[in-house]
Design a protein around this ligand. Structure first.
Ligand code: ATP
Length: 370
């Protein structure tokens, strides 16, 4: 018997999982633990290895090295390889992959052929109700909308009670308007059923909005696996900072816990009291403030582009050094191109600092004020 304080068995564990195609390292030492009921989003630029990671978990690819466990069972390592149908995974792909000649009910019941007929029919009815398609059981895929087809695909994936559902860009074939709606519905079903899911997307907003955790990949590696808030507010690397939202990078300096850069004092850096070190500071457009500075006599920052985005107006400013910085302003504010401006960082912001390509939270050892 499990003690109540004993940690739950993870739904999925990847340990040092690698897979290459020729000399392309599509997955390079992936480490990830997904807890039961967690919804993890997997994001990164095209070719970073998202689909490879999913295919390795599903058993559609064999790792060259490393171990994969699903619900406490090893499904792939140096000596074991379980076929996809022998792993407790459900798959939902972009193109639905429904059988066109089978009814909705037959599609959903396809993976349940080991169950007695009556039990199978009951489970099919149950999952179709879950995705609100109980009354479409006799239809064929071509008689459904794209969103409905995607809900059938989810019902089919959920029917055998998988330990993990893997979703590969499930909404990318849907148009923009439908997408948000279908996404909310599908995520709602995953939540109410407590389903563990790994969800590949190339949409940053989607990754942040629906993930309990966001896994950011580049070049076959995981750069950061963290809560959406930490991925956005405390990116672990320069790449994560620039990929997950807009970011500008300025050369900066920390001296006696004071962070300064071309636009002046940015913030204090608690715990860096004895430091004297060059860093780069990451500034997001919502962290940068502007005000017109018509009275100034010296050359200085100037607005060089203005983009109206509806609720907000994006201003791009060129600093004296030639570097540019972006600033979101409310939709009522529009400083025309050419406006001389004073630039500051919004009060209370503690920006990310980088040394090289990595974020630093502690002052680097050995660099102190004389
Ligand atoms: N079967 C294959 N044979 C050879 N190379 C492959 C194969 N599958 C993937 N690759 C390569 O491995 C790398 C990772 O591909 P993968 O499809 O996992 O990326 P992705 O992040 O899912 O990309 P996208 O967002 O474009 O779908 C790419 O460089 C790709 O060209």
């Amino acid at each position: 018997m499990k003690r109540p304080d004993e940690p739950a068995t993870p739904a999925l564990v990847l340990s040092a999982v690698s897979r290459s195609y020729g000399d392309v390292g599509a997955a390079r030492g992936l480490d990830l633990v997904v807890q039961p009921g967690e919804l993890v989003t997997l994001i990164g630029p095209s070719g970073c290895g998202k689909s490879t990671a999913l295919r390795l978990i599903a058993g559609l690819e064999r790792p060259d090295a490393g171990r994969i466990e699903i619900a406490g069972e090893v499904v792939a390592d140096g000596s074991t390889f379980r076929q996809p149908e022998k792993r407790r995974v459900g798959l939902v792909f972009q193109d639905h992959a429904l059988f066109p000649h089978l009814s909705v009910a037959a599609n959903v019941g396809f993976g349940l052929n080991k169950l007695p007929r009556a039990e199978r029919a009951a489970r099919v009815a149950e999952v179709l109700d879950l995705v609100r398609l109980g009354d479409h059981a006799r239809r064929f895929p071509h008689e459904l909308s794209g969103g409905e087809q995607q809900r059938v695909a989810l019902a089919r994936a959920l029917a055998p009670r998988p330990a993990v559902v893997l979703l590969d860009e499930p909404f990318s074939s849907l148009d923009e308007n439908l997408r948000g709606h279908v996404r909310a519905e599908l995520v709602g079903v995953l939540r109410t059923t407590g389903t563990t899911a790994v969800f590949v997307t190339h949409d940053q907003t989607e990754a942040l909005a629906i993930g309990d955790r966001v896994v950011v990949m580049q070049g076959g590696r995981i750069d950061q696996a963290d809560t959406p808030q930490r991925v956005f507010e405390q990116p672990a690397t320069r790449f994560v900072a620039s990929f997950m939202g807009d970011a500008d990078f300025l050369r900066a300096h920390v001296h006696n816990a004071l962070l300064t850069c071309e636009i002046g004092v940015v913030s204090t850096v608690p715990g860096w009291g004895n430091s004297d070190v060059d860093v780069d500071v990451v500034l997001r457009p919502h962290e940068v403030d502007l005000r017109p500075d018509h009275g100034r006599t010296e050359p200085g920052p100037e607005v060089i582009a203005v983009e109206y985005h509806g609720a907000f107006v994006l201003h791009t400013v060129r600093l004296l050094s030639g570097q540019t910085l972006r600033s979101w302003q409310p939709h009522t504010v529009r400083h025309p191109v050419g406006t001389p401006v004073a630039v500051s960082v919004v009060l209370g912001v503690t920006p990310t600092l980088l040394i090289g390509d990595r974020a630093v939270v502690e002052p680097p050892a050995g660099i102190t004020v004389a």
